[in-house]
Write a new protein. Sequence first.
Length: 294
Amino acid sequence: MHIGLVGLGKMGFNMRARLRDHEIDVTGYDPNQAVSDVPDLAGLKDAIPSPRIVWVMVPSGPITTGVITDLAQVLEPGDLVIDGGNTRFSEDAKHAALLAEKGIQFADCGVSGGIWGHQNGYGLMAGGDAADIERALPVFDALRPEGPRDEGFVHAGGTGAGHYAKMVHNGIEYALMQALAEGYELLDTRKDIIKDVTGTFKAWQRGTVVRSWLLELLVKALEEDPEFHDIEGYVEDSGEGRWTVEEAIQNAVPVPTIAASIFARFVSRQEDSPSMKAVAALRKQFGGHAVRKA
């Protein structure tokens, strides 16, 4: 199988590498010609055998819409576009309709795994027509972690379902990170009692009910900088946490923990905070997100 990949930022670059490791031929396009395999989208189209699969991995919002609009002008009927970025689910129907005018299929896929996905595989949540998902299964299987397919991949539903699932996933992620960060601040505050904060978190990695990959990453961050001296407690949000809360309000679903984690990030932008340093460090560890140096 040979696919096209639009967007060779951190995630796209690592995804291209993992696909190639699993014997999927990939031609990548990026405006940065230093990393691009082809000069433009027309060159991408010409490099891939028809019917084509093109995976879009660019920032959400106008950039995604622009790329899909441009692809609609160069691809052919029967081709399939998969949006693997963090697009808001409500945009997927618009993008699908835009491509459908040209006879081009569309699927959306929420992707989790950050900068570690190349080694560990990516958690994938797909939305779209069953036939399109089936057609792209070799790609999904190459990207997901080793093991049973249903433990790293789901066809969550129709158009928009993949990004909706990823939105909720990220809302939960916000809350989990906030809980770990607040626990860190409380332990760190009582140094008269707790003599080894890093060791305490490390001891939780096996056998406890709070063991998780996020906990492992917090331990890694603490081992690199035990007091987070090099990180300012300022935490951005990518938007999906806000969308989760907005969707919960629209459907009268109580999500107080997720909502509180969003508001805590807003607090981080007003004053420096040890717990927010921990959240910033976690985002850097799993996603390669930039941090502000103290």
